[in-house]
Every structure is written in C-alpha cells, then in structure tokens.
Design a protein around this ligand. Structure first.
Ligand code: ZN
Length: 260
C-alpha cells in the first residue's frame, strides 16, 4: 500500500487550533491579572496554575482528536485516543517563581507588565507543549508501531525544530516531542501501524536535513564569521556539557538562515 497522504491544509488547521487555544488562554489570564494586585502572590499563583491546567486539558483533548483522525486516515480503523493529563503542578509553580524573580525591581515591587506578559507566555508554552506531548503519548499507548515526525507548519520555526524536522519519521523520544517555544507551530505527526511515513506535500525532511548538514560542514571547515566561531568556542569553554557539534551547528543554522 502506498504511504497515506495528509494535506498541509489539514495539518495547518490543527496547528492553528492549538495556537488559538494557546492565545485565548493567554488572553484570558492576562485579563484577570490586569484586574488584581500582582503582589498578591498566592492569588496570582492560583490563577496561573488554573489557566495552565485548563489550557493543557483543552489542547490535550484537541491532540487526542487529531490522533484519532490520523488513525482513521492512515489505517482505516478507529483508536480510543485519550486526552492525557500532562499537567505538572510543581513544574508550573517553579516556573512562576522563576518569573517573579526575574521581574523583581526591589522593595517589594515587580515590573508588573513584564510579569504579566511572562506569565502569559508560560500558559501559551504549556498549551503548546500539551498538544505535542498529547499526540506522542497516544502513540505510546497504541499497540501498533508508531513513528513520529516534527513538521513545521508556519513561519516561526527555530533551529532546533528544523534540526529535528530533518530526521523525518522516527521513534521519537518524549523529550524531543515536547520541545516547543513561543509561537512554535510545529505539529507532531504520527505514522501509525508500521507505516514508515505519512506523505505531507510541503514537508520534505531532506530539505531540513541538508540545512543541518550544511551548518555542520561550515562549522567543521571554519567557514563561519569569526565572531560566531569565537562565541561558539567561548560557550564550549564556559558551559560544561556544551556540545560544539550540536549547539555549534545550531548557532550556525540560526545565523545562516536567520532563525531563532
Ligand atoms: Zn517549532
């Protein structure tokens, strides 16, 4: 049987839905935050935790619907996809506290505008991540063989997203599936039932793979501007575990293709 095909439009609809859930959740939270005293930490924490949980549930159940649709499209059979709760209260709390620290002005005052905006970003991030992890987890529960690809759908793609998009369909790790950032509109697409690839016109993993290879070759051959090479060298000395082969090549990709 030929590889099944998924239209880029259908995928874009899914990504658009996730981005609307993220954006609306952010907007709703920001509205509440604008009406309260942000020095009331307990109140803010409670609101943000609630917003993150609701956003994750919404995008998790949306991801389950997507997975179910993929199962029917690719294999002709239904799958009991579930909205899996990826919500981690502790992690969200740590993030909120970190944001408060970053926005502290001293004397019991915070930069409230920056604070609200960063908390809004967090809700967006969690909604985004839940959509990706939601697809991945359903694939892990599926008894059929499932591979996944990260497929960039919109304009805002980072170097890391492109690096992994270049891998095509593979037995992705949760860590890789969960990667996301502000306005990341990549979708995690499952190839279900031993299918090696779902054809998506407009997604050609070899294009991204070649960008990655090119960046590696440039780094190896010293064909990058001196200030970039020096920055990569410095980071590798300053940061234990900084991998020049991976992080250096990502830095070259950002520079060469003007990515985030
Ligand atoms: Zn992305």
């Amino acid at each position: 049987m030929a590889d099944p095909t998924l239209s880029m439009d259908a995928l874009r609809n899914f990504a658009q839905g996730v981005s609307e859930i993220s954006g609306l959740s952010r907007g709703t939270l920001m509205e509440s935050l604008s009406a309260i005293d942000m020095r009331d930490r307990d109140m803010v924490e409670d609101l943000v935790l609630g917003a993150c949980r609701a956003a994750q549930q919404a995008s998790g159940s949306y991801a389950a619907q997507f997975y179910r649709g993929m199962s029917i499209l690719q294999t002709g059979s239904d799958f009991d996809a579930r909205a899996l709760d990826a919500y981690d209260r502790e992690k969200t709390l740590i993030a909120i506290r970190g944001i408060y620290n970053q926005c502290y002005l001293g004397d019991g005052e915070w930069d409230e505008e920056r604070l609200a905006s960063a908390l809004g970003d967090r809700v967006e991030f969690e909604a985004n991540r839940a959509a990706k992890v939601g697809v991945w987890k359903n694939g892990q529960l599926d008894s059929r063989e499932v591979r996944y690809a990260r497929v960039p759908v919109g304009a805002e793609t980072c170097a890391w997203c492109l690096m992994t998009a270049g891998l095509g369909y593979w037995f992705m790790t949760e860590e890789s599936a969960s990667h996301t950032h502000a306005h990341c509109d990549c979708a995690i697409v499952p190839a279900i039932g031993g299918i090696h690839a779902v054809r998506i016109p407009g997604y050609d993993s070899t294009v991204y793979r070649d960008m990655w290879r090119e960046a590696n070759a440039m780094l190896r051959d010293g064909a990058v501007p001196r200030d970039l090479a020096e920055r990569v060298d410095r980071l590798s000395q300053e940061r234990p575990g900084y991998r020049v082969d991976t992080n250096g090549a990502l830095a070259v990709m950002r520079w060469k293709y003007n990515l985030k």
